[in-house]
Design a protein around this ligand. Structure first.
Ligand SMILES: Cc1cc2nc3c(=O)[nH]c(=O)nc-3n(C[C@H](O)[C@H](O)[C@H](O)COP(=O)(O)OP(=O)(O)OC[C@H]3O[C@@H](n4cnc5c(N)ncnc54)[C@H](O)[C@@H]3O)c2cc1C
Length: 334
């Protein structure tokens, strides 16, 4: 039996986002009493949202100083919550905010931390964490004897807790004065005028360099490529991925899709997103790219070349076709 603390930071509206509720699901499946520890400017709406989860206690650190993600305040709040809960197992979503603060908290508590955990099972009564190594090529399951053990969960690996809301009794901790000399002065988003990365989308749409290559008529159709891809993303609410060749072109002064940035890159030196389905277009399906598709369950590709990498066992379905034509038709249907 472990004393388990689920750490969650609230959003600007005081509520808990999906990754936090996923972490709650993971914690409730463990063997032990669960305490919820909340951090934020306002925490009551988040506590009420999960009031029916069966947690033994709700603790919180609240106040304006804890509204912004900031190492000093987040680490102090998390440390205070871990001590108040006497937590042996600390489970939190791997958000950028927790990823920045919790390694330091583990050190302060004399504990250990594991990040990017994708599975948490009970092995002979003790928790065993699963994570991937070497760019998702090897999977390991590990246990630890040190406590507290802080575990950061990759979002998208557990169902979000969605039980009844209610009114939670929250114990607010008194915090000593904490350093707030670092201030967030604003948010700088990628230049893309559109939101193209949607981690929760059911479909990942990947564009490859073929969209910017000369087509059968001997010319490049960059403008049409842009409108077909953006049209599809808008209608299907898909997330946009790109091959390295395509995202690199912006640095090489070639015809580019203006909304594509390095954040969209999928693959060995890019991201490994999680989506139920993926559609690759004008992308060759080379191994350094396809290794980023590890967590895409159903894969389809459109390529003019019947010998492309996708056709060699990397996709479930390959349409040997002109992607411009297919996407034009698909957008019409949508
Ligand atoms: C160390 C290392 C790390 C790497 N990391 C990554 C990574 O993280 N991500 C990544 O993507 N790559 C990575 N690469 C590069 C990778 O090996 C490939 O070079 C890259 O993925 C190729 O991109 P592409 O398929 O878009 O372009 P291309 O290879 O140029 O393929 C374009 C494809 O478009 C098709 N096409 C053209 N017109 C049409 C049309 N009208 N309809 C349908 N199909 C059409 C062509 O048939 C062709 O197959 C890495 C390479 C190395 C060495």
């Amino acid at each position: 039996m472990e004393t388990i603390l689920v750490l969650a930071h609230t959003e600007p509206d005081g509520k808990l986002a999906k990754p936090a509720r996923e972490a709650l699901t993971a914690a409730l499946a463990q063997n032990g009493d669960v305490t919820v520890g909340l951090v934020g400017a306002v925490v009551q709406p988040g506590a009420d949202q999960i009031a029916g989860c069966g947690a033994a206690r709700f603790l919180a650190v609240a106040g304006e100083a804890f509204a912004q993600p900031r190492y000093a305040t987040d680490a102090s709040a998390a440390e205070a919550l871990c001590r108040a809960a006497d937590a042996k197992l600390v489970i939190a979503a791997g958000t950028s905010r927790w990823a920045r603060a919790l390694a330091g908290v583990a050190l302060r508590l004399g504990g250990r931390i594991d990040t990017h955990v994708t599975g948490l099972a009970l092995q002979n009564g003790t928790p065993a964490a699963t994570r991937w190594f070497y760019r998702q090529r090897m999977e390991a399951t590990l246990t630890r004897t040190q406590r507290p053990w802080v575990i950061l969960l990759d979002p998208g690996c557990w169902p979000e807790w969605n039980g009844p809301a209610g009114t939670a009794n929250v114990d607010l901790l008194d915090m000593p004065e904490v350093a707030t000399s670092t201030t967030v002065t604003g948010t700088r988003a990628p230049k893309a005028g559109e939101q193209t990365i949607r981690p929760d989308a059911r479909l990942l749409f990947v564009a490859g360099a073929g969209w910017t290559k000369k087509q059968a008529d001997g010319t490049v159709h960059g403008a049409e490529a842009e409108s077909l891809i953006l049209g599809f993303l808008g209608k299907a609410q898909a997330s946009l991925g790109g091959s390295k060749s395509l995202v690199d072109q912006s640095g090489e002064g070639e015809a580019v899709l203006r909304f594509m940035t390095h954040l969209n890159q999928v693959g060995q030196t890019g991201s490994t997103p999680r989506h139920p389905k993926g559609l690759a277009t004008c992308c060759h399906g080379e191994e350094p790219h396809v290794v980023g598709w590890r967590f895409v369950n159903q894969r389809r590709a459109i390529n003019l070349d019947a010998n492309c990498g996708w056709a060699r066992g990397k996709a479930d379905v390959v349409y040997v076709a002109d992607a411009f034509e297919v996407m034009r038709h698909l957008n019409r249907l949508l």
